[in-house]
Design a binder for this molecule. Structure first.
Ligand SMILES: [Zn+2]
Ligand SMILES: [Zn+2]
Length: 376
C-alpha cells in the first residue's frame, strides 16, 4: 500500500497514527497538533496570567518531562509571560529517585529552566528508604503520598510561585474517575476531573495534560528524543489503580475515544450539595501551619508516629489510640518546619492569625528558620 500523505498538511508523508483520533500525520503536524491542544486546554481554562510564577512538578518521568518541554515551547510561542521553574521532590528511594533526579538535572540544563529539589530527608528527617525499613511495604505509599503533596507545596512556597502544574494525563484522570466509581467515593468523583484545584489558602494546582493521551505523550517524547526516566517506583505500586488501568487499556483498545469519553462523563456528573458538604472545613495545622482538615495535618500525624515508633498512628484508629495512650509528644521530637504561603499568593503569612498559638515542639518554633533543615 502506498504511504499516505499527512491528513493535516496534505504534503509530507504520514508516519504517525494518532492514538487519540486515528488521524495519520507527519511528525511536524503531530507536534503542532499536540502542542496546540495543550494550548487550547490552557487558554479555555484560563490557567495563567502574565507574570505568574509557575513550578512544574518534575519527577524525571515521561509526563513531567514532556510537560516541561511543552510549557517552555508554549510560553515562548504564545507569550504567556510566565516564569517557569522545575520543582522536584526527592523521596529518598535509592536506585529510583536518585537516578530520575539525574534526568531532571539534565532537563534543567537542556531547557534552561531553574530547578529546585526538596528532599523528604531535609523536610521530615526521614527518607522513604528509612520509612519503609520501619513500616514495611504495607502502608508506605500512604506516607509517600501525604509527604509528597505537602513537600510540593513547601517547595513551591520556597520558590515563591503562584501555581504548580503537574503532568497528570488523560489516562490518569480517566483511571481516577473509574476508581472513584468503583469505590463509591462520590465527593472525590465530583472533584477529580477539575483541571485546577485551589482552596483559599492553598497554592493553585493544575493539569495542562488533562486531555493529552498517555500514548501521545510517549510518542511526543520519542519523536523529539526527550530524555526521561522510565522505571516504576521500587516500592509497591497502587494495586487498585492497576485494576482501573488494565480495564481502561482494554476499553481503549476497543474504542480509542474511551479515555476522553470517561473524562467527559466524570465532568458531567452533578454531585448533590449534601455530598459536597461531607468535606471537612479547612484549617491550619497547629504544629506546622500547613492546611489541614484536623488539628494536626496528616503529615505531622504520620511523622509523629514514625518518630515515636507507632507507625500506624496516622493510618488506623487503633494506631491513633495507641499514640494517645502513650501520652503527650516528647519535647525533643522532630517536627516539620512552619509553613508560610508564598508572598505572591497572600500578602500575610497563613499563620498570621494563629501567632498566639502555644510554643511549638522541636525546631518548628523557630519561625525565622521556616525552612531550615532538622537538626541531625
Ligand atoms: Zn503534516
Ligand atoms: Zn502539620
Amino acid at each position: 500500500m502506498a504511504p499516505r500523505n499527512c491528513a493535516l498538511c496534505k504534503n509530507a508523508k504520514a508516519i504517525i497514527k494518532r492514538p487519540k483520533t486515528g488521524q495519520q500525520t507527519c511528525k511536524e503536524c503531530f507536534f503542532l497538533v499536540f502542542e496546540t491542544e495543550v494550548h487550547n486546554t490552557i487558554t479555555s481554562a484560563r490557567l495563567f496570567k502574565p507574570g505568574d510564577r509557575v513550578a512544574i512538578g518534575a519527577s524525571g518521568g515521561k509526563d513531567s518531562t514532556v510537560l516541561a518541554y511543552v510549557m517552555k515551547v508554549l510560553n515562548e510561542r504564545y507569550n504567556y509571560g510566565l516564569d517557569l521553574f522545575l520543582l522536584s521532590i526527592d523521596e529518598g528511594i535509592t536506585g529510583y529517585r536518585d537516578d530520575s533526579l539525574e534526568t531532571v538535572k539534565q532537563n534543567q540544563r537542556d531547557y534552561g529552566i531553574p530547578l529546585k529539589i526538596l528532599s523528604y530527608d531535609e523536610l521530615y528527617g526521614w527518607t522513604m528508604d528509612a520509612v519503609v525499613s520501619q513500616v514495611g511495604r504495607k502502608n508506605n505509599c500512604t506516607f509517600c503520598g501525604v509527604f509528597r503533596r505537602q513537600a510540593l507545596d513547601r517547595g513551591a512556597a520556597m520558590l515563591n510561585v503562584d501555581h504548580i502544574v503537574t503532568g497528570h494525563n488523560a489516562d490518569d484522570i480517566a483511571e481516577t474517575v473509574l476508581m472513584n466509581i468503583m469505590r463509591g467515593d462520590i465527593a472525590r468523583l465530583g472533584r477529580c476531573t477539575s483541571i485546577c484545584t485551589q482552596g483559599e489558602d492553598t497554592i493553585k494546582r493544575s493539569k495542562p495534560f488533562k486531555y493529552a493521551y498517555e500514548k501521545e505523550i510517549v510518542m511526543y517524547a520519542y519523536f523529539k528524543s526527550l530524555l526521561y526516566f522510565s522505571t516504576e517506583c521500587i516500592y509497591s505500586p497502587d494495586a487498585y489503580r492497576g485494576h482501573a488501568r488494565a480495564f481502561l487499556k482494554d476499553l481503549e483498545a476497543a474504542r480509542p475515544s474511551a479515555v476522553i469519553d470517561i473524562i467527559h462523563s466524570g465532568e458531567a456528573f452533578q454531585v448533590r450539595e449534601e455530598v459536597k458538604a461531607t468535606q471537612k472545613a479547612q484549617q491550619t495545622c497547629t504544629r506546622c501551619g500547613y492546611m489541614s482538615s484536623n488539628v494536626l495535618c496528616k503529615a505531622c500525624t504520620l511523622l509523629e508516629g514514625l518518630e515515636r515508633g507507632i507507625a500506624d498512628a496516622g493510618i488506623s484508629d487503633r494506631g491513633r489510640r495507641k499514640l494517645e495512650a502513650a501520652g503527650p509528644s516528647p519535647d525533643d521530637m522532630r517536627t516539620i518546619p512552619l509553613f508560610f504561603m508564598p508572598s505572591s499568593v497572600s500578602t500575610t503569612p497563613s499563620l498570621a492569625a494563629s501567632s498566639s498559638q502555644p510554643s511549638l515542639p522541636g525546631d518548628a518554633s523557630n519561625s525565622a528558620g521556616a525552612f531550615a533543615s532538622h537538626p541531625p
